[in-house]
Design a protein around this ligand. Structure first.
Ligand code: FCB
Length: 475
């Protein structure tokens, strides 16, 4: 059981408290310093793909405001900041020499973070493939894995003396299944077999990158970030149980098993037999993909409750099962639990489940929650933003983290998604996930009540009993 709200919980002394962002979602400066278009620039400029026709051209203008944003992080007391490098900013053609002007931006950012005592945590790929590489075939093409490994090695070489934590990929499930399967994300292609090829080449690129970085600096903390879900069948009927197995296979095990065990899950390969014969998997690939890691990053947002097929329509792009290869017809059930502005059900116990499951079923690794958070509609009143629902979401999920630690899970840190409101992919700026509010007109940043509360949590290294630490509405 999660301790009831109002109960104090203390975290381990060296727990890494952070917040996360991603390059395309915050930087802007889309054409500056030699940056070329990524698949998200192209996609967001394609009519009908992103809510409101929004693009990341300006976003939070972090490219010009990074020093002030770092000051804000320091004021919040963050111990670590997880951000991503824009591949097309530092290697505009997707191969060959790095662009020093693009690199300088990240060098300054890293220096500034270190000067403020904030540990930089770099994600190499958070979905912004250089358009040049998509034009050459994108992730369904094997060569892209090699391109990624080259980019990773060069970027690591350029920043590795100051950055200890490196994540290769953020959520390859989204890159592959939403980018090439449902088409809801860039590059917006929908071909099941391509999605599976993309997934494989993403993981291959990850493995090659880990090998290159490990060889260069053996002591670095290297990992990948997977988006994992708690999954339950709606009833205990065999049909619902099979739906849960299938979705768990596609969403969780399809990535966990190759990366941590060096094999694809056999039942999922059977489910996908009509989509692909997996002829793109070559001898030796899985050994590369399962190159040992130092850490595993987990992004957790929600639970899927699923049921046997009845032909019902999916409810949101996120859950576009008809377009995930292998999940045809599975029903995603809404239980009527409280939801966020993304319509994602709030389920903190699911986080305990995911953390314990990964620790129990896979080789033991230090785990980090590299993203967790919620979108809610925010309003500025007298220059302040009160966000009790977001605060309660963080509170309940941090209690879940604590419960997992108490049960023996080696969870070493937590990154709130997100530091500030930003470009929420296909939803543009219509969804706010930030602890810090961004007024996109003026670029003013306003720490919401959840940010002030989080600063208190970090200061105390835990959750207090009452007062400011007590959320107004608990889940
Ligand atoms: C995750 C992404 C992140 C953000 C959150 C809400 O899937 O990694 O960029 O969009 O969802």
């Amino acid at each position: 059981m999660i301790s009831p709200n109002g109960h104090g919980v203390a975290f381990p002394p060296d727990f890494l408290w952070g917040a996360a962002t991603a390059a395309y979602q915050i930087e802007g400066g889309a054409t500056e310093g030699g940056r070329t278009p990524s698949i998200w620039d192209t996609f967001s400029r394609t009519p009908g793909k992103v809510t409101g026709g929004h693009t990341g051209d300006v976003a939070c203008d972090h490219y010009h405001r990074a020093p002030d944003d770092v000051k804000l992080m320091a004021e919040l007391g963050l111990k670590s900041y997880r951000f991503s490098l824009a591949w097309p900013r530092i290697q505009p053609d997707g191969s060959g020499r790095l662009n020093s002007e693009g690199l300088d931006f990240y060098r300054r950012l890293v220096d500034d973070l270190l000067e403020h005592g904030i540990e930089p945590w770099v994600t190499l790929y958070h979905w912004d493939l250089p358009q040049a590489l998509e034009d050459a075939g994108g992730w369904p093409v094997r060569d892209t894995a090699g391109r990624f490994a080259e980019y990773a090695e060069l970027a690591h070489g350029a920043l590795g003396d100051r950055v200890r934590y490196w994540t290769t990929l953020n959520e390859p499930w989204c890159s592959a299944f939403l980018g090439y399967g449902s088409g809801a994300h860039a590059p917006g292609r929908s071909d099941g077999a391509d999605a599976l090829r993309a997934a494989h080449h993403l993981m291959l690129g990850h493995g090659l990158a880990v090998q290159a970085m490990r060889a260069a600096r053996p002591d670095d903390q290297l990992g990948i970030t997977l988006n994992l879900y708690a999954i339950s069948p709606q009833t205990d009927s065999p049909g619902d149980a099979d739906a849960a197995r299938r979705i768990d296979g596609l969403a969780n095990r399809f990535f966990l098993d190759p990366v941590l065990r060096g094999q694809y899950p056999a039942d999922v390969l059977r489910d996908l037999a009509e989509v692909s014969d997996f002829g793109h998997v070559r001898d030796g690939d899985l050994a590369v993909i399962s190159t040992p890691l130092s850490v595993l990053g987990i992004n957790y947002y929600s639970r899927y409750v699923v049921a046997a097929p009845d032909g019902g329509a999916p409810e949101s792009y996120w859950r576009a099962p008809s377009n995930w290869p292998g999940s045809e017809g599975v029903r995603f059930v809404t239980r009527g639990a409280p939801v966020t502005d993304m319509n994602w059900e709030i389920d903190a116990p699911g986080l305990v489940e995911v953390l314990e499951r990964v620790h129990r079923e896979y080789p033991a690794l230090p785990l980090y929650v590299t993203e967790n958070g919620s979108a809610f509609v925010d309003t500025v009143v007298d220059g302040e933003v009160d966000d009790p629902d977001r605060l309660a979401y963080f509170d309940s999920h941090l209690r879940a983290c604590h419960e997992a630690i108490s049960a023996g899970v080696p969870l070493r840190g937590y990154f709130a998604w997100s530091l500030m409101d930003n470009f929420e992919w296909a939803w543009g700026y219509s969804k706010r996930f930030g602890m810090v509010y961004v007024d996109y007109e003026s670029q003013l940043r306003i720490p919401k009540s959840s940010a002030k509360w989080y600063a208190g949590v970090i200061r105390q290294n835990g959750l207090g009993r009452s007062g400011q630490e007590r959320p107004q509405r608990a889940q």
